[in-house]
Structure formats: C-alpha cells, structure tokens
Design a protein around this ligand. Structure first.
Ligand code: SAH
Ligand code: SF4
Ligand code: F3S
Length: 438
C-alpha cells in the first residue's frame, strides 16, 4: 500500500495540469495511482483559494480524511491553499506531512524521497523567490487528443482582490525552445489540439528572447499534426495586436479569445488595480472584431467589488452588450486573506451581490441567445468529445469553443478526437444542435 497514491484536484486549468505533472512525477518514482483514498498510501489534495472560504473547506476535508490516519497513510496538501496557509496546516492538521505550493513543485522528487525516509514536516513554500518553472517530461495526460502546456507561471499584476500573485509566485516563462519541444513531442504522440496555459498567458516573455507570444502561438500552430491551438487566460494589459494578426494568418489558431474584463466601470477597474479603463479594454476588443476571422469572445466578471454602485453594475451590463460575449464566468466578489482589497469595506451583503449577479446573467443569456442563433444554417468543423447515448447524439466542440450536439446517419459513430463537419440546425443560449454533413 505504501507506494500507491490518491489525488484530488480543485481550481483552474493550471492546477489541473499541475496535477497531471505531479501524477507523472509520482509514477516516475514508482507510485501507482488508485481511485479510492482508502487504498492509497499517500493522499494528495491539490487546492484552490481563489474564492469563498477555501481554507475552511480544505481543513474540513482534511478532517474527513483524518479517520484514515491510523492505517499509516501520509497526507500532502498542494496548490494555492498550501502556499497561502503554509505551516499553519501542520498546526491544524498534524497528520499532514507535506505542504507545497506550485512554485516548489520542481523539488517534488526530492520532497518525495524525504517523505519516504519518514520525514514529517516537509515544506515547499517558495512563494515569490523562485525564477524556475515546473518542467517535467513525465506528464500523465488525461486526454489523448487535447494536451496542455504551461508556458508561464505566476503573476506580477496584483489585482486588489486576488490571491494568485501570493500563491503562485512571480511571473516566470519557459523558453520558446522548451515549449516547442514539448509541443512537437505531443504532436508526434498524436495530440491534435494544444492549449497553452498561464495565469496571464499573453504576458509570456521568452527568457531566451527568441520569440514573442504571438510568434510562439504561430509556431505551434504550424507544427505538423496540430489542428487546433488555444490559449488561456489573456490579460487585457498585455493583449497586443500581433496576437490577432497571428490568428488571422495561422489556420490552426482557434477563433476564440478569453479576455477577462472583471468590470465595465472604469472607477471599479481602478479600485481593482486592473490598470486599464473601459475604453482601453474596448479598443482591444475592436482589434479582435476587425479580424478577418470571426473570433469568439468570452470574459470573467466580478460583481459586488467594494464600492460598486448600481451605476457601475449597469456599466458592466452595457459592456457585455457592447462586446457581445459568447460566454461569461461571473462571480460574486469574495474577500481573500492577505489581498489589498481585504482592507476595503466589503459593504454589500451577499443578497445584494447575488441579485446583481443575477441581473448580469439574465442580460448575458439574451446576448448568447442572439449570438448562438446566428450559427443556424452554418457548416462547421467539430472535434468529437463524447456521446449522449440517451439522445443518440455526438458531442463536439467548434473552433470558437462552442458545444454542438449532433446526429449522424453513419452506422459507426465518429471516434472521440476525430474531426467532423456538421451543419447547425438549432440553437440554445449555451449550445448548438446539428447534423453531420455527408
Ligand atoms: N489572470 C486572470 C484570472 C485568474 S483568476 C485574469 O486576470 O483575468 C480567475 C478569475 O477568478 C478572475 O478572472 C476573477 O474573475 C475571479 N476572481 C479572482 N479573485 C476573486 C475574488 N477574490 N472574488 C471573486 N472572484 C475572483
Ligand atoms: Fe489575479 Fe489579477 Fe493576476 Fe489575474 S492578473 S491572476 S486576477 S492578480
Ligand atoms: Fe485557484 Fe490557484 Fe488556480 S487559487 S484558480 S488554483 S491559481
């Protein structure tokens, strides 16, 4: 039982991909993954602290795990709560033996050896010290068609509400060579879609000075075998025109940009320390809309930031309409420990925040209804992702990242990961329905 592990992952795509690398590293060290924590010698918990009472949830969960303690199991807390809470985790949960934030994962092999030697209080809490990224050849990729590559870690932006600069350390990019080598290995292994990841992916700065972000995108899009390249998340501050030019020039780059605005009010943006105004953001949007290709736009929104008025909220609602996003991820502001905004009076009640959130979601739904309707009659290429057997439908994803449920007259359903041309016949605010072209 000692060399088995169980891992649970929360949070963003970066965290999910970190777990793929952690799993790869563990397997390389002779560990076997199990699906039930009861069968595991080592239980890992890769945590997120972006919103809500994340710390409390983690401690609650560790308490549940405690009942397994007597059986000689070891516990590890990884990710953003690990970095944020640090050695407090040992105080509150003494049965934990390893606490490590993502900025220390490059030391994972060494930390594992110490764990195996029976050491009790192992920490990897590099915080904003390190310049190194977590690179490993051993990645346990969960999807055989779409693979992720972290090109930049950490964040130097310090938005007033956000824990990430404290939990993931300072911005550090991998060399273009190392990214391209990994992309090439993935193409050779049969992956057709690559997603480049970073908390601010477009803040990428090649340490060797060889390539800009847009050039790296284009180079990956030109690799033999790669049919789709996505990137997330872009920060408006670092969104340059050459990214749009790259999308126009390289067919494999997907027709989608996720460009979180957070608020449509310049006053709120200032209080958030986003370092751009509404107009400055909308100028970037106008570049994207001027592209030859039809690029889908999506965003993240925070409602109820301290000081947000009804007029500010209305500014956000009109911005949603002006941009015409295809999707938004909207959240109620959640005060986070150690962030600058924690000192600002969080005067809006949860009810007010919830009501404001609903206002935006209702307006956004109408925007999406119109946007999605425009696709009816269109023919598009989808990557097959799965099946809804009950409805006899195949589930596919478009270059714009839209879900299309389609039927086919073929006796054999298309395989996951294959590409199929489909004609859209019907639309909803969040998905499309279609028929495979014959
Ligand atoms: N680097 C990206 C976003 C990373 S965090 C960017 O700057 O756009 C993902 C999303 O979580 C953010 O876009 C924001 O909308 C949300 N978020 C972050 N901190 C939050 C907080 N304290 N309360 C509510 N939402 C938050
Ligand atoms: Fe957080 Fe702002 Fe950095 Fe995004 S840019 S991760 S919201 S601090
Ligand atoms: Fe969460 Fe850390 Fe990602 S706080 S959203 S796991 S960067």
């Amino acid at each position: 039982m000692s060399k088995t592990f169980y891992i649970e992952t929360f949070g963003c795509q970066m965290n999910a991909h970190d777990s793929e690398k952690v799993i790869g590293t563990l397997e390389q060290h002779g560990y076997a993954r199990v699906d039930d924590e009861a069968d595991a010698g080592l239980i890992l918990y890769n945590t997120c602290s972006i919103r809500d009472k994340a710390e409390q949830k983690v401690f609650h969960r560790l308490n549940e795990y405690k009942r397994l303690q007597g059986e000689g199991k070891k516990f590890a807390v990884l990710g953003c709560v690990a970095q944020q809470e640090g050695t407090r985790i040992f105080e509150k949960a003494p049965y934990v033996s390893l606490v490590s934030g993502s900025a220390s994962y490059r030391n994972l092999p060494e930390m594992l050896s110490r764990l195996e030697n029976g050491e009790q209080r192992i920490t990897g809490l590099d915080d904003r010290q390190t310049d190194a990224a977590f690179e490993t050849e051993f990645v346990a990729r969960t999807n055989p068609h779409r693979g992720y590559i972290t090109i930049i870690e950490g964040c130097d932006k310090f938005c007033a509400y956000c824990v990430v600069p404290y939990t993931r350390g300072k911005e550090r990019s991998r060399t273009a060579k190392s990214v391209l080598d990994e992309a090439r290995r993935m193409a050779d292994a049969g992956f057709t879609e690559i997603q480049l990841l970073g908390q601010n992916v477009n803040s990428y700065k090649d340490p060797s000075g060889r390539m800009s972000f847009a050039e790296l995108l284009a180079a990956i899009g030109q690799l033999t075998g790669i049919r789709r390249v996505r990137f997330t998340t872009s920060h408006p501050r670092d969104f340059t025109r050459d990214i749009v030019e790259a999308i126009d020039a390289v067919p494999a780059l997907c027709d989608h940009v996720h460009l979180p605005v957070q608020s449509g009010s310049t006053a709120v943006l200032k209080a958030m320390n986003r370092e751009y105004t509404r107009d400055w953001y909308l100028e970037r949007i106008s570049w994207i809309k001027a592209a030859k290709r039809s690029i889908s736009l999506t965003s993240d929104i925070i409602v109820g930031f301290p000081g947000e008025t009804e007029e500010d909220l209305e500014q956000t609602a009109t911005l949603l309409e002006e941009v015409g996003y295809d999707a938004i991820f909207a959240f109620k502001y959640s005060p986070r420990p150690n962030t600058p905004a924690i000192g600002m009076a969080d005067s809006l009640s949860d009810e007010v925040k919830a009501a404001r959130l609903q206002v935006l979601l209702d307006r956004q739904r109408e925007i999406q209804r119109t946007n999605y309707e425009r696709h009816v009659g269109e023919e598009m290429e989808l990557m097959v992702e799965g099946y809804n057997r009950q409805r006899g439908q195949v589930i596919g994803r478009s270059t714009q990242n839209k879900t299309v449920n389609f039927t086919t007259t073929q006796a054999i359903l298309p395989a996951t990961g294959s590409y199929v041309r489909v004609r859209v016949t019907q639309s909803f605010p969040n998905s499309l329905v279609g028929e495979a072209c014959v």
